[in-house]
Write a protein that binds this ligand. Sequence first.
Ligand code: DGJ
Length: 728
Amino acid sequence: MSIKFIEEHKVFKLDARDTSYIIAIVDEERFLGHVYFGKKIIDNNINHLLRLEEPPYVPSKNNRDRVSFYDSFPTEYSTHGIGDFRESCLRVKDKNGHTACRLQYSSHKIYKGKKSLKGLPSTFGDDNSCTSLEITCLDNDLNLEVVLLYSVFEELDVITRSVRIKNCSKDEVFLTKVLSTCIDFDGINYDMISLHGSWARERHISRKKISYGKHSVSTIRGESSHQDNPFIALLDNSATDESGNVYGFNFVYSGNFFTQVEGCQFDTTRVVMGINPEDFSWKLKENEEFVAPEVVMVYSDKGIGKMTRTFHDLYRNHLIRGQFKDKKRPILINNWEATYFDFNTEKLLSIAKEASELGIEMLVMDDGWFGKRNSDNSSLGDWVVNTEKIEGGLKNLVDEVNNLGMEFGIWIEPEMISPNSDLYREHPDWCIHIEGRTPALCREQYVLDLSRKEIVDYIYESIKKVLSSANITYVKWDMNRQLTDLGSIVIPSEQHGEIFHRYVLSVYDMMNRLTTDFPYILLENCSGGGARFDPGMLYYSPQIWCSDDTDAIERLKIQEGTSMVYPLSAIGAHVSDCPNHTVGRTTPFETRGYVALAGTFGYELDVTKIPEEDRKMIPDQIAMYHKFNDLVRTGDYYRIENFSKNNSFDCWAVVSKDKSEVLVTCIQVLGRPNHHSRRIKLKGLLESKMYVNEETNEVLSGGALMYSGINVSLYGDYSGKLIYFKLA
Ligand code: DGJ
């Protein structure tokens, strides 16, 4: 078992592949202390690190300074209002409005495998891959039970955490803050990485030194957001891609989150992560429970790269589900950038015809096929095919596309309602709003009040009808605005703090229904590009549209940041037309293909209108995808050079798990006047084996490829190249 309780020392020891995590029950009051998280150690007792023999001492030795104890003790799960003035994880308001909560260890259980979290996405594993621990703590005054949940993935450096809270008293209580993890690290000299951005500029890597004080990353937009991803890493100041301690934290949740790194007074650093407490509260009646979403914690003793590869392995094997999990996805062509709203059956079929001849495997009909939607100002909620545009109906179109040998996919945005829609005219109270106040529009739309089951049922059933009406094998689920004007006519005022979380639970419920009813459908998530690129969504959809910015050069930073945590198999990436619609840049067609290859790969253009020399390249690009996708989808990802740091050159590689092949992608953003070639050094190969360059037949050892490197010559701005080696 990779989790042990060592009775003698009252210690829980959680051991993953190269990681140990240690919790101790201390003192007669049974405080739960966090002892250690880091590189694997064999010792069972390092409780001296808790400094119980030093001032301010534990309360049993010095009760006159209990508060100082609380404020310095590295507690496993910090609660509000008793003296730990660092960021707490749990705040409870009782019937008198009091907010203090004090937890003591009560019992625990250890078992093989891992349970799912009710209504929430979470990582999964069986008895062979996981062991779990539940530590039950009690606040005897409140009659509150707090169960800390841990799972260890034994072959990966992964520990997951979440919390289940039960009100065992007769009186109702309100949870006003429930975070999912808390860890106190020794020292304050760390760096913090987060993935920051904006629309069309998602998940750029931001790394900064942190010291005393609070450094937080959060969102209150109702979705995980373009601006901040629910991920941070805490790392040694000197950590690089290949070396140093790195601790990655990723929240398996798609709504408001909060994560914070706090450099504290006694030179410790506290990391917390969970649901954003802003605008959050949850009422618990007698015997009711609340389950907090999961945090995935990854430790790497070998830099950022190892953390990345651990996240990729975990998500590919223990989060993403469904029949597409381990499968090559069909190459799709999406009509969004090709036509925007201006399309009809004829236009779609002409694109499909040309595309099928070039080897493209699926047509995806994007926004604009329903209601009276000819721009973004109407019809969301009216999920009925517009037969003025789709003459002959949806089934006819899908059949025609199928007759061309292609599959058919469709766009939906089920969470929204346009004020200019039949649905809104019939049910003006179905949107999230505050009675008497006009809610703010965003992209001329409102958000449906998904805290109401009848609305969820209605919308799901209308989408189900569409999906059942024809041979549709792919869905792009979009979400194009953030939540404002929070209010619901059915939720009593004391429970308004539940709306954000209820919303997310309903989205998960709808996705669960869709993936259960249509297991053969490939679901791609999307939110105005990549505003919901999070592990919660990956549980339902194996791929997520990464960004509305399809420019190959902009995508370098976006995809670099995204792939720091999320596997390439999940990154929605397409070749689009030039000048690029977002930034106006013109890049070579080949380069656009190389960048899209580091994702799901597809097209987002009017294949009947692009230049002939570009169109001619498509069959070769498709062959390239078929040749390399298994490797890209399943292999180990290595960063070689970062355009985000050097401003001129990007390079990454994917090495197969058995290390028999490697595909290197080089993109030269800016050409150089002399010394055209650049030296690159590969990573992750077998140093004493010989590898052959498929293009040149040059044979070099893995050691030479990694340590002395190879020269790569590219000419011209935005030029790119693939280099493929396999064992000789
Ligand atoms: C935003 C998405 O990111 C785009 O790809 C496209 O589907 C539009 N929405 C459609 O409204």
